[in-house]
Design a protein around this ligand. Sequence first.
Ligand SMILES: CC(C)(COP(=O)(O)OP(=O)(O)OC[C@H]1O[C@@H](n2cnc3c(N)ncnc32)[C@H](O)[C@@H]1OP(=O)(O)O)[C@@H](O)C(=O)NCCC(=O)NCCS
Length: 228
Amino acid sequence: MVVRNISNSMILGITLKGIRHPLLSVGTLMVFAVVYQYLGNIVVSGAVASGGLVCISYANAYYGLKYRLFNSKSSPDGSHKMYAHYNSGQRGRRYWVAEHDGVIIGGVGIQKQQKSTAGKSGERRTTVAELKRMAVEPEYRRMGVAKALLDTAIEFAKQQGYDVIILDTSEIQQEAMRFYLKCGFEEIGVTRCDTVFPLFSYNLHNFRLRLNKKAQVQVQLFLSTVER
Ligand SMILES: CC(C)(COP(=O)(O)OP(=O)(O)OC[C@H]1O[C@@H](n2cnc3c(N)ncnc32)[C@H](O)[C@@H]1OP(=O)(O)O)[C@@H](O)C(=O)NCCC(=O)NCCS
């Protein structure tokens, strides 16, 4: 559910981004010109060129999401496997699902930060958790499911001694950005990701939630040291 959900919510946006890409627009015009030269029919040539554009753009989005961003290693398919992956006994790592009538309708995970952002956001002296794979089934959105999952994850993170929760969300996931801002996260930066989609790079928005005062003091101390 979770992997499918997040992929689905991104595939349209990524496909549209591809359609607007200048390189593909030029390619489409060239295809149109060649087909028109052979067929002499403006409608058919336009249909062939724009059909090709949509197919290439969709293939780019599908490949990036399925084989790179949400591949079976980073996101074992299906919520139950994801649950097992995150709840494998490693300290500071957990995955929760929300259920309705025995059906999984949402999920979220917490793990210790995998890559260091030291120096980037002033968190090198804190214990940083990453929030992963937040998703709610479309028909259950705007009912507080994600907020309930997030509250559970925050409570767990505090118990585990984390000072900060960070997460990345893409430029395509506008509803997720609004959700995190509403829930007290602050945007701390934007990073460019060029390893997922063959045709183009995209922006990842970096968010942070400080969990206690101690972390805030440490961050401020670190920042003031840098300024001097
Ligand atoms: C982002 C997502 C998890 C939110 O789930 P949700 O269960 O609908 O969120 P909640 O109902 O708990 O929302 C809590 C608050 O966040 C804000 N919010 C949530 N979705 C929003 C949206 N689409 N637009 C504006 N604000 C939104 C609202 O303030 C909302 O409170 P309200 O409904 O009382 O106004 C869900 O839209 C989703 O699964 N999206 C696709 C997957 C995805 O992008 N995941 C993020 C990966 S980083």
